[in-house]
Design a protein. Sequence first.
Length: 243
Amino acid sequence: MSTVPSDVVVVGGGVAGLSAATFTSRHGLNTQVVDAGESILRRNAHLENFPGFPTGVNARQLLDLLGEQAEEAGATRREATVTGVTRTDDGFAVETAAGDRYRTEYVVAATKNEVGYLDGVDGVGVIERGKAFVDVDERGRTGVEGLYAAGRLAEKPHQAIVCAGHGAEVGVTILEDDDRPFYHDWVTPEGYFTDRGRDLPPGCEEIDAEERRAREDASLDVMRERFAEPHPDEQETHPSLEE
């Protein structure tokens, strides 16, 4: 059995998990996203209410882009089903059906309504309302230090933007709990802070006009490529409708 050391393991690769991973990895925490590939977004025919897309967006395309964004930030994504999380002396051990094992300080549970893999962790509050949810405070913290829940699993509404926002909040909460210097995740024009006699705040970056143009050009290239043709994956159906 291989053991992968990390700072954060995110269980679930939907919008909540990927948003959390983007923030933790951008700010220096070794982040692993372990995803069984079961995000409910893959069943969405056309996502109509995600900000920035006035005529909607292909949900599978959005999910792919979120995954690539997390990777660009430094996260590692692995396709596997997590079967168990247990406490250790210095954090948690996360095991998968394939026999892989992760050693980590923080765990983010972001698996919609699947909670069986948390059975081995004492102190997790599970709420049963026809479906299972994890009891958390307003920032996504569970009753177990170092264990968080994000998105639908934390009783957030089904809307993708709500779950994405909560995932981001959980990511920032981990940064705060880890005592990582953090102000804004903000890229500003050159001199925005320093020309006013201010030190560059933690988590901020100043870039000059040439770098801004380079980043904008790269962004436009990706958008042109990714939205030039329909997404190749078919919409998934609810399991109860499959033959």
